[in-house]
Each structure stands twice: as structure tokens, then as C-alpha cells.
Design a binder for this molecule. Structure first.
Ligand SMILES: *[C@@H]1O[C@H](CO)[C@@H](O)[C@H](O)[C@H]1NC(C)=O
Length: 236
């Protein structure tokens, strides 16, 4: 009896304190909901049906690469992608340019060339070896209508070695593919870590020189090609 009434008073206390505590986060949610971006609202929608209700017009399902300031559609720039697990990029590699060595932490990329010519290099994960037992590097040469794959996390770069632009499209297997810039990010580490990482190959006093020499652009002009095409290197 005693134990029973003690238990029920404990329960009553728990309920009294639990109820307002439970109600508070819900009220906070309701208050903050209008401030959530459309992408955030789509992400917390209960069902796919709820997502369609948040995208009421047909235009919500169109992304115009010719008008958009961002050359890629991810779930932030194109909210209709929420729930699809994909994103898309349309771009142009100018004559004699190389895309920064990069990786996508959350996405595999299917890279399709639409015009021009592009040389790609891709470094897969550790343990993928060539016939000599060295790290395998996959080189491709793409013409119009050709595609290659850059698996998620692989280092890759694209070079346009010709005197005209090369247009590409790329599908990515994440709504939020992300970009890692290999050289720039490695050299953001402290000098002692870089010295230990590169061993004797970079003298301590040269680390800053290398750091400053890494171009801060998305595409790097390729000198040899510029000479071939009679173009001037543009300095940023
Ligand atoms: C390449 O893309 C540019 C910009 O989107 C476009 O103006 C041009 O017509 C395209 N070139 C080819 C050959 O498709």
C-alpha cells in the first residue's frame, strides 16, 4: 500500500514536471518553423507527400543553369532535390585550364563531356595498385559524349588541353556533395605536421613558400597549353 502510494506520488511529480518540459520544445519548434529554410522544412517533412505540399508550383521542379548564379544544383540551391540523394553540376573548363585537385567527401561523380576535350586523373583509395605495385592513378581522355566516374573521396582533376572551352555536366550521388581542396587543405596544417608528413622533401623554411605558391583559384591555367594557343596567362 505504502509502496504503491509512494510510487503514485513519484509518478505524479514526474508527470507534473514532465508535462511542461515536454510542451516547451514543441512550442519552440512552432515558433521557429517560419524561419526554417525551405530545404530544412523539406528535410523534416514527415513524408514525401508532405514534401510535394511544400513545393506547390511546377516551377519548384525546374532549375535553370543558364540563369542561376550557382553552376550546381544541390539541396540548398534546388530544394526539390531533398530526398533524392542526388545533385547536378553544369560547367565549362576554359581553354588551357586545370580544375583544382579536389575530392567530394559525400558523393560519387559521373562526369560527362559535352564538347571539347578533357584529360582526367583520379587517385582511388590506398591499396589500389598498378601493375608495378605503385598507387594506381586512372587517366582518361574524354571527347563529346564520353563519361568517367570519380568515386566518392577519390582525388581527381580535369585538364582542358585545347585552345577552346570544354563543356561538361556532372551528376553527383549526394544532395550535399561538398568539395575538398587537396593541396590547400593539406597546407593549412601547422608547419610541424607538414614537416613530419613530407619528411625531407620540403625543408622547414620552404613550407611557407609552397603554401603561398598554391593557386587560390578554382581553375589553374596550364602554361604549356597557353603558349601553344598563343594566350596570355591571367594573373588573379
Ligand atoms: C558551352 O557552354 C556555353 C555556356 O553555357 C555555351 O554558350 C556554349 O554554346 C556551349 N558550347 C557548346 C559547343 O556546346
Amino acid at each position: 500500500m505504502l509502496a504503491g502510494s509512494a510510487l503514485s506520488s513519484v509518478l505524479a511529480v514526474v508527470l507534473v514536471f514532465a508535462l511542461p518540459a515536454k510542451a516547451a520544445p514543441q512550442q519552440m519548434m512552432r515558433r521557429s518553423t517560419p524561419e526554417l529554410s525551405l530545404t530544412a522544412q523539406l528535410q523534416i517533412a514527415d513524408t514525401a507527400i508532405g514534401r510535394y505540399q511544400l513545393l506547390p508550383t511546377d516551377e519548384d521542379f525546374v532549375y535553370d543553369f543558364t540563369k542561376s548564379k550557382t553552376p550546381f544544383a544541390n539541396r540548398k540551391t534546388f530544394p526539390a532535390l531533398v530526398g533524392s540523394g542526388t545533385s547536378f553540376s553544369v560547367g565549362q573548363l576554359p581553354a588551357c585550364s586545370m580544375a583544382y585537385l579536389h575530392l567530394h567527401p559525400r558523393a560519387t561523380e559521373l562526369f560527362v563531356l559535352n564538347s571539347g576535350r578533357v584529360l582526367t586523373q583520379m587517385v582511388p583509395e590506398v591499396g589500389v595498385l598498378d601493375s608495378k605495385g605503385k598507387q594506381r592513378v586512372i587517366h582518361t581522355e574524354l571527347g563529346p559524349g564520353m563519361m568517367t566516374i570519380f568515386p566518392a573521396g577519390s582525388f581527381h582533376t580535369q585538364v582542358n588541353p585545347d585552345c577552346g572551352p570544354a563543356n561538361f555536366t556532372a551528376a553527383l550521388s549526394s544532395e550535399d556533395f561538398g568539395i575538398g581542396l587537396v593541396a590547400e587543405q593539406v597546407f593549412s596544417l601547422s608547419d610541424d605536421v607538414i614537416a613530419a608528413t613530407f619528411g625531407q622533401s620540403i625543408a622547414g623554411e620552404d613550407i611557407d613558400k609552397v603554401r603561398r605558391a598554391i593557386p587560390g583559384e578554382v581553375v589553374i591555367k596550364v602554361e604549356e597549353c597557353l603558349r601553344k594557343c598563343g594566350k596570355q596567362k591571367r594573373h588573379a
